[in-house]
Design a protein around this ligand. Structure first.
Ligand code: CP3
Length: 349
């Protein structure tokens, strides 16, 4: 096994003492980079995901061009429903679409159990190839959606404003919702285990839509499945990061889900959350992604405020509170990354 040269990210996940705060950003392999758009011009999004050479190429771009401390494999959370048999289309400007959403027992029965080594082999191949090309420079993160977040897309058939269809399902036919969430939990557990087996050094579970549920419903339809998955992932000491976007309540309970790291969006107070749960987990986040529209001065000021909010000591992984937006100038991200690298040592004395 190749030794990882820059393992600051992994050590921060375990709250070990480090020299400075590591930084990576969600959606770092994406459209804000002209180099990504050049690859994307030759292949559509799903073809990129399914071609390990292309997935590896764009995964490495932010490492080479921006200098982040971790790579995240280029893929999408929706490859699991696709592997379970759903048709997935990516529409330019509109995002992902499932033309035949899951609404009935019959629809749900058509979802097959996946074997990731067959049905998602292309992702595992992309992970191994990327690991080889990274050659131990920085750790590689694998990821999946949470069962709840995947369910919202599968039932709505794409992005949604009010989530009416998935809400109808949980209130009118909770049994059906739970049966699909069970199936997804098994799929995600074996998938994340396979990614680790293929070489991922950490995994992140994106619960992008956890925050649209009331407190009790979040517990019932999201958190309990995330706990099960984390319990079931086969790993040696690879950290698990859980990102429950928009979830503001019961954070002690959320922090006890088994994850090593809790990802926070920008509406959370990093310092307050640390005071509440910092003995249980490391924290990742959480600068507002739109700060990167600001001047160099504004970016540095907000970055410093984010680090000060966490305060002294290990256990902070700098990230944005959600994905970087496609119209951000790469130079602004570079400003942020360099600033965090150069100015975070003061928090680790
Ligand atoms: O972070 C990374 O750099 C790794 C790659 C990654 C992508 N999607 C690439 C992508 C990751 C981790 C994801 C996760 C993902 N996908 C989530 C959870 C995180 C989040 O953002 O909340 C969700 C909800 C999805 C589903 C999805 N995929 C949506 C809603 C969209 C369209 C939105 C948009 O920005 O257009 C996608 C497409 C997608 N996934 C793109 C990328 C780079 C843009 C596709 C393109 O190049 O045209």
């Amino acid at each position: 096994m190749t030794q990882i040269k820059n393992d600051l990210f992994l050590r921060a996940c375990k709250k070990e003492k480090i020299e400075r705060t590591p930084i990576w950003v969600m959606r770092q392999a994406g459209r804000y980079l002209p180099e990504y758009r050049a690859v994307r011009e030759k292949a559509d999004f799903l073809t990129m995901c399914k071609t390990p050479e292309l997935a590896a190429e764009v995964t490495l771009q932010p490492i080479d061009l921006i200098g982040v401390d971790a790579a995240i494999i280029f893929s999408d959370i929706l490859v699991i429903p696709e592997a379970m048999g759903m048709t997935l289309e990516m529409h330019e400007g509109r995002g992902p679409v499932f033309p035949s959403p899951i609404r009935t027992e019959n629809d749900a029965n058509s979802l097959k159990n996946i074997d990731p080594t067959k049905d998602l082999k292309y992702v595992l191949d992309a992970v191994s190839l990327t690991k080889k090309e990274l050659n131990g420079r920085v750790p590689l993160i694998g990821f999946s959606g949470s069962p709840w977040t995947l369910l919202t897309y599968m039932v709505e058939g794409g992005g949604s404003k009010n989530f009416s269809n998935v809400k109808k399902m949980i209130f009118n036919n909770p049994k059906l919702a739970h049966s699909i969430l069970e199936k997804l939990s098994s799929a995600i557990s074996v998938y994340l285990s396979a990614k680790i087996e293929a070489g991922a050094n950490a995994v992140q579970i994106f619960d992008t839509w956890g925050g649209i549920l009331s407190q009790d419903d979040y517990q019932e339809f999201s958190l309990q499945y995330v706990e099960k998955i984390i319990d079931n992932i086969k790993r040696v000491n690879e950290p698990v990061i859980y990102f429950p976007k928009g979830v503001h309540s019961n954070l002690e309970k959320v922090a006890s889900c088994g994850a090593d790291v809790l990802g926070l969006d920008w509406t959370m107070d990093l310092g307050k959350v640390r005071a509440l749960v910092g003995d249980k987990v490391a924290l990742q986040g959480n600068m507002d992604p739109t700060v990167l529209y600001g001047s160099e001065e504004v970016i540095k000021d907000r970055a410093l405020k984010t680090m000060k909010s966490y305060g002294n000591g290990s256990g902070h992984i700098f990230n944005l509170g959600h994905g970087i937006l496609p119209d951000v100038a790469p130079a602004n991200l570079k400003t942020l990354v360099n600033f965090v690298k150069e100015n975070s040592t003061q928090f680790h004395k």
